[in-house]
Design a protein around this ligand. Structure first.
Ligand SMILES: Cc1cc2nc3c(=O)[nH]c(=O)nc-3n(C[C@H](O)[C@H](O)[C@H](O)COP(=O)(O)OP(=O)(O)OC[C@H]3O[C@@H](n4cnc5c(N)ncnc54)[C@H](O)[C@@H]3O)c2cc1C
Ligand code: FES
Length: 275
């Protein structure tokens, strides 16, 4: 392991976008170009507070800056949410394993996101859209708590400007006066009526809170996806981020080094994977 993996690269926040009442997207420019591939994560340091892992939400093709979409959850994210453009932070990475996009080619890709879990999936989507004709079809199923909690709202509404080429459906747990779409948790739109898919010739990629990932996986298995075709982003509690401290263990593997992207098939025998 390179020793400099522990050393953050200085970076400047260039823009802050309010996605929802508790989620912001930070556009960050590192002092040195820092590339990543969809699914990999970085450790973001807030000086004087600490660091936490996040998966960039922007296109992996953009090398000079990255966007990171962050929900306010605790110490580091509370402080981050108070920062304005111009503030200095640190970035360490990229860390972990990416989505194996080459093995998705020629297949249908179903993306299932919950809440801020759409952030890493947005980076994946940008990567897929770069070679959109390589895939049989790209389908997005996304669930948020309320209409106000939908991240990347404009892009979602405009189907990432792909029109009918992208099959997008969004559900909310609780609607409001403006909402005309489905109401219910995301698994409610993974049924035969709301998701026409080809499990034998497709992959499903899931990211969201553990409970959502658990029930989405159960629903996808029921629809006929083999465990090896379901890709999960396992956001385990982490510390070192580089396979040294053991905080993020999943059976004999480490989420930071061997993941965070795992097929369900590769971890399904490990007890309590959703905790
Ligand atoms: C690989 C990876 C990628 C991630 N990507 C994103 C992202 O793109 N956007 C985003 O908003 N968040 C993401 N997270 C989650 C984020 O790192 C945590 O919410 C982190 O704890 C926030 O740090 P904090 O200091 O603000 O909160 P803390 O003060 O550390 O903790 C807040 C609460 O969350 C709990 N907690 C900490 N980590 C986790 C976890 N992984 N799962 C469940 N509970 C946890 C703590 O026990 C505590 O109760 C990711 C996590 C991982 C491991
Ligand atoms: S976070 Fe230290 S081993 Fe994974």
């Amino acid at each position: 392991m390179k020793p400099d993996l522990y050393m953050p690269v200085p970076a400047r926040i260039e823009a802050v976008i309010e996605e929802t009442p508790n989620i912001k997207t930070f556009s960050v420019r590192p002092a040195e170009a820092m590339s990543f591939e969809a699914g990999q994560f970085i450790e973001l340091t807030v000086p004087g507070v600490g660091e936490a892992p996040f998966t960039p939400s922007s296109s992996p093709a953009v090398k000079d800056h990255m966007e990171i979409t962050i929900m306010r959850a605790g110490r580091v994210t509370d402080k981050l949410h108070s920062l304005a453009p111009g503030a200095e932070v640190g970035l360490r990475g990229p860390l972990g394993q990416r989505y194996p996009i080459e093995s998705f080619r020629g297949r249908e890709v179903v993306i299932v996101g919950g809440g801020v879990g759409l952030a890493p999936l947005r980076a994946l989507l940008f990567a897929l859209l770069q070679e959109v004709s390589s895939f049989k079809k790209i389908i997005i199923r996304y669930g948020a708590k309320t209409p106000r909690d939908i991240v990347f709202r404009d892009a979602v509404a405009k189907k990432w400007d792909q029109g009918d080429a992208l099959d997008v459906l969004v559900t909310v747990d609780r609607g409001d006066d403006t909402w005309t779409g489905p109401v219910g948790v995301v698994t409610a739109i993974l049924d035969e009526k709301n998701l026409r898919c080809d499990p034998k010739n497709g992959v499903a990629v899931v990211c969201g809170p553990p409970i959502m990932m658990k029930f989405a996986t159960v629903a996808l298995l029921k629809r006929g996806y083999p465990p090896e075709s379901i890709y999960l982003s396992m956001e385990k509690n982490m510390s070192c981020g580089v396979g040294k401290c053991g905080h993020c263990r999943i059976g004999t593997q480490y989420a930071c080094k061997d993941g965070p992207v795992f097929t369900y098939g590769s971890i399904q025998s490990v007890p309590k994977i959703w905790e």
